[in-house]
Design a protein around this ligand. Sequence first.
Ligand code: XMP
Length: 475
Amino acid sequence: MQEAFTFSDVLLIPQRSSISSRKDVDTRGRISKNIFLQVPIISSNMDTVTESTMAIAMARCGGLGLIHRYSTIQQETEEVIRVKRAESIVIDEPYTLSPDQTVAQAREMMAHHQVGGLLVVGAAKKLLGVLTTRDLMFQNSSAKKVTELMSKQLITGKPGIDLETAEKLLQDHKVEKLPLVEKNGTLVGLITAKDLRKRKLYPRASKDKKGRLLVGASVGVVGDYLERTAEILKAGADVVVVDVAHGHADHVMKAVETIKKKWPQSEVVAGNVATYEGCRDLAAAGADGIRVGVGPGATCTTRIVTGSGVPQLSALLDTARITQEKDVPVIADGGIRDSGDITKALAAGASSVMLGQLLAGTEESPGWTVMKNGTKYKVYRGMASLAANLSRKQKERGEEDLGEEEVAQIVPEGVEAMVPYRGQVEEVVRQLVGGLRSGMSYCGSKNLEELWKKAKFARITPAGWFESKPHALEK
Ligand code: XMP
């Protein structure tokens, strides 16, 4: 019988290091063959963890967010679009209004797309004006036409304008939006001052070639999964995540194969698996990245309910061979409780880590904060928990309550709980990355490849783990 260990069963042995500053450590990792991340941290595709707000924050930090699939295709697609439009060098298709639309329609459109300004165009996309929230600020008459309020004194740029010139134009004219127009006045794009500021504010952000933030989105393997894949890819998702609890299954391999055949250029991450054989088969089916983790997650009860799973550190040590053999990165998914676990997961061979619990308490996760005994919390639930199952089924049939018998049929493999409120994602990720940099330098490793080669684990006892944590102190 095989022995298997998890993060708290081991420590990384400190090694001679030539690194004098943590800043010299390069944390770059990967989620899939062609998607590199300056910060190898991914927010999990759970409905209490990642929607567009989280995905935007994660990408700005240099990581990545995966939009969950527990919504309609349209809702998931809209979340992807929000991330892709959150910032870019040039917005190719800015949101537009026609001059005879009303203040009410403009307000609705701004709120829906979460933007502070709209361009007003006439026939053949001829630019007529710019309307911003400032123009609408003291407007009581919602029936008023946009044309009466928009600014018509337009400062525009030519298509292909360089960013320095665009920035100067915005500064000189004290405007926030620079529409790009052809000689004949046709609108072809938009540069915003906000996007230019963000470029400087988040230098490590994960971006595509057009300067848009990277985002992943999830699909299942039955029902409408191909339609969902088509829509999220059309919306600009950079990674498709084929998301199944037991990924080492024939129908999952088939789904991966089908997606890769239909969209050969797409980056497909598949999982979850916990063995080398699972990785080998998913890689053979065409997966560009593999999620490893069966049952380690904070809300998971899979191992208790089914008796199946592999302690996460051993799962990673076993599966990460696939990266050396087939250049397919492994994502360590679940069970990470602090930055030390991130270092251990990467040292075991993973190319990135996926977090649920550590990010669920942040401002950017979906859901409200709740107060309990004077402390702030957020709800965090397993996607196979009873609550998640019920709300999924209710959504499928239009919020209709389920019958008792139907509820009794559900066998949950997860729980619902609360996690302490942790503030902004940026701060949480900064702490985690600081710990990771330090951890890598203890291993004498400047980058991930060095960490993989040099890392040495020591098996520890429960007393060793006890000694590792603060102890013998007055509380
Ligand atoms: P952490 O520990 O970061 O783990 O909260 C997040 C990962 O947990 C997985 N997940 C589940 N696993 N039952 C499970 O067995 C569930 O209900 C469940 N919900 C999420 C998932 O892989 C996630 O990324």
